[in-house]
Design a protein around this ligand. Structure first.
Ligand code: URP
Ligand code: ZN
Ligand code: ZN
Length: 464
């Protein structure tokens, strides 16, 4: 007998859309077919889309963010918010502080996550201090232990790596089989522009966007791709915001570089005009790279439709707005330079793409699943355990009501931020029930599980 049968739904994977039932025993899918026998529990999914649970592979939780600044989500609120938005797995970052070993950093993050998660989780390692020990010993050993992805920054003082350090990290990744995510913005150009703007007394949130121009992202994207080409290793260009960076990815692919592209809701839905809202309201939209213009939004949509992008992630990096530990900290009120970078979005990622992408006919259902779940699982070593609906896979399933109309209001969300950048946005389609490894976590929009239901995932190497 099955423990759970999901009946009468339209099952969507990255390759197919079919009418069938799903039989679940324990944590796994054990049968797909028509008119399956009864289960101990049953869900009638008539009129609903039955999709693999969302996997958000770019999420920041409980990450130290500078003097007195506190991220608005730890593992409990962050994964609750993710779950309520239709996700069953998130991949947050484990930030190596300078002078710290990666093992020390991991010990701290595991302690924060342990017993608190409502989705499954796994960490990417942010490398800020690529010492000989980190590159020669820790990375190879940690990849064997299932930490199979790294992130490096080309911007942010104190976090950015110089080209020689990026090359050495890429080389260590190549030897050990890790996949490297790269944040591409030219730090020196940005510092130069920040100095100029501050000198001229232009300190408003909008100056965050003007001091991080497309050229700074395009140049760094080109450089990252060239460094990866020199080392001959695949990379992921994360949070791409505009056409020129997309063209760099396209050109690199055409000359044989293995590169994966990621974009995020903010580059599809927001523009720099949002940073120019009344007073300091614009601080709510400060993230890096910044949202650009209408043409860039259109380009990013095209990139999702036409395959430049493999991944659609939230880059959830939440800070409270009206809070001395958030966007409007004492220094944040004096210059854009001190406004913490990042916006919340883990709960709204999927409804936005479903509504603006699927319901508006820009992408089909299978592409939606590929962009929000399957490709993340494949790229980050979780497939086929995660990211699909197949016999033997974890029973991670989200039921979507394509007829549900909602208006996004922060009051209805579950993150720790006191705002959403998408306040008032009307969407069609909502994830109504979420099942994690066979357990019904959200039932008809109501949370039905406790923190600690999520588990840590040891990952394989990328299937890139
Ligand atoms: O502004 C952003 N994106 N903050 C999060 C950190 C990052 O660069 O991904
Ligand atoms: Zn980044
Ligand atoms: Zn990020």
């Amino acid at each position: 007998m099955f423990d759970l049968v999901i009946r009468n739904g339209t099952v969507v994977t990255a390759s197919d859309v079919t009418q069938c039932d799903i039989g679940i025993r324990g944590e796994r899918i054990v049968m797909l077919g028509e008119s399956l026998p009864a289960g101990r529990d049953e869900i009638d999914a008539a009129g609903l889309y039955v999709m693999p649970g969302g996997i958000d592979s770019h999420v920041h939780l409980a990450q130290p963010s500078g003097d007195g600044i506190v991220m608005a989500d730890g593992f409990e609120s962050g994964t609750r918010s993710a779950l309520m938005g239709g996700n069953t797995t998130v991949l947050p970052f484990c930030l190596q502080q300078k002078g710290q070993t990666l093992r020390e950093a991991l010990t701290a993050y595991h302690a924060l996550a342990e017993g608190n998660c409502l989705t499954d989780v796994s960490f990417h390692l942010i490398i800020t201090d690529p010492t000989a020990g980190v590159l020669g010993q820790e990375i190879p050993a940690l990849v064997e232990d299932g930490y199979t992805s790294l992130k490096v920054f080309m911007t942010y003082e104190g976090m950015r790596l110089h080209d020689n350090e990026i090359l050495a990290t890429l080389d260590a990744a190549r030897t050990s089989g890790a996949l490297v995510m790269v944040h591409c913005e030219n730090e020196d150009a940005i510092r130069f522009l920040i100095g100029k703007h501050e000198e001229a007394g232009d300190v408003s949130p909008l100056a965050h966007a003007t001091t991080r121009p497309v050229a700074a992202e395009r140049e760094a994207t080109h450089r990252a791709l060239s460094l990866a080409e020199i080392v001959d290793v695949p990379i992921v260009i994360v949070h791409v915001s505009n056409r020129e960076a997309m063209e760099e990815i396209d050109r690199a692919r055409k000359r044989g570089v293995k590169v994966f592209g990621e974009t995020c809701p903010q580059y599809l839905m927001l523009t720099a005009d949002d940073l120019d809202r009344e007073g300091w309201e614009g601080a709510k939209f400060v993230c890096s790279p910044p949202p650009r213009d209408e043409a860039s939004k259109a380009a990013c949509w095209q990139g999702l439709e036409q395959g430049i992008f493999d991944l659609y992630s939230s880059d959830h990096c939440p800070f409270r707005f009206d809070d001395p530990a958030g966007k409007l900290n004492d220094k944040g009120k004096t210059s854009f330079r001190w406004i913490p970078n990042g916006i919340p979005g883990v709960e709204t990622r999927l409804p936005i793409l479903f509504s603006e992408g699927v319901m508006k006919g820009r992408i089909d259902l299978s592409r939606f699943v590929a962009l929000t779940s399957t490709n993340h699982a494949k790229l980050y070593g979780l497939y086929p355990r995660k990211g699909t609906i197949a016999v033997g896979s974890d029973a991670d399933v989200t039921l979507w009501d394509p007829k549900a109309h909602r208006t996004i209001h922060n009051a209805d969300l579950h993150h720790g931020a006191d705002y959403t950048p998408y306040e008032g946005l009307e969407v069609q389609g909502w994830p109504v029930s979420v099942i994690l490894r066979g357990r019904v976590m959200v039932k008809d929009g109501v949370l039905a599980a406790d923190p600690g239901s999520g588990t840590y995932l040891r990952r394989k190497r990328s299937r890139s």
